[in-house]
Design a protein around this ligand. Structure first.
Ligand code: APR
Length: 233
């Protein structure tokens, strides 16, 4: 593991599966019960805001009940012991990386525990429901929406993420199916700039052939092992 200084880690729903949060594309995944176009697009929010708010109210409640698992904890340990740059980019809307103690986490698809006001654009930490049409604490308008990047919207923090990928010596993808861009393309970006690339996942992801190495298994086992290898080597 010599010569590795800058690390970018991409995480997806698989890293939180063992914390009890459902993934999207499994047989028992969230997209089996709900059509993406009914609950996770700007058009859906215009058509049936109540349905969309209730869907994310349920996600927000689930996130608050979940606890970090050994995979989140191992990444937090790595973060605290790594002297050079380590950036966790997550597609997840839960806060389990932060609660495990990780420092720098970018939520490219938004956060369940945040809401933003479509009237004044203020963002607020949000633990309660949104379906009952609460007033914005900043401007008083009842126009709060989940702070989630829906299909058809621009992911957050992309400039920072692409800059980090260009500097990375190692790119590691954990618990994501590689079905959704731009995150699915990060392996190619990092690889094109010379980073080693590795995936840790239960099954091979759609872009598995792009990675230099693949380790298959549950994140709660693979991630602590990989962190031990990295810190020990
Ligand atoms: N450990 C490791 N990997 C796991 C585990 C586990 N315990 N359980 C499931 N996985 C893997 C699955 O094999 C799958 O490849 O996690 C991946 C989850 O894939 P998806 O459900 O597609 O989730 P994700 O890749 O995060 O989805 C990307 O799609 O719907 C949107 O915005 C949503 O951020 C999400 C994006």
């Amino acid at each position: 593991m010599a010569n590795i200084r800058n690390i970018v880690i991409l995480t997806g729903a698989g890293i939180s599966a063992e914390s009890g949060l459902r993934t999207f594309r499994a047989e028992d995944g969230l997209w089996e019960d709900h059509r993406v176009e009914d609950v996770a697009t700007p058009e859906a929010f215009i058509r049936d805001p109540d349905l969309v708010q209730r869907f994310y109210d349920a996600r927000r409640a689930g996130v608050q009940e979940a606890q970090p698992n050994p995979a989140h904890e191992a990444l937090a340990r790595l973060d605290s012991q790594w002297d050079d740059e380590l950036l966790i980019v997550t597609q997840n809307i839960d806060d389990l990386h932060e609660r495990a103690g990780a420092g720098r986490v970018l939520h490219m698809h938004g956060e369940a525990l945040s809401a933003w006001c479509t009237a004044c654009n203020a963002r607020h930490r949000w633990l309660a429901t949104l379906a009952d049409g609460p007033a914005c604490p900043s401007c008083g308008t009842a126009a709060m929406r989940p702070d989630i990047v829906w299909f058809g919207e621009m992911p957050y923090r992309m400039e920072e993420i692409f800059a980090a990928l260009a500097r990375a010596d190692l790119f590691v993808s954990i618990g994501t199916s590689g079905a959704v861009y731009p995150a699915a393309g990060f392996v190619q970006q990092a690889g094109a700039h010379g980073a080693r690339t590795m995936e840790l996942n239960l099954d091979r992801s759609q872009g598995s052939h792009w990675f230099d190495d693949t380790r298959l298994g549950p994140a709660s086992v693979l991630v602590p092992q990989w962190v031990d290898d990295l810190l020990g080597g």
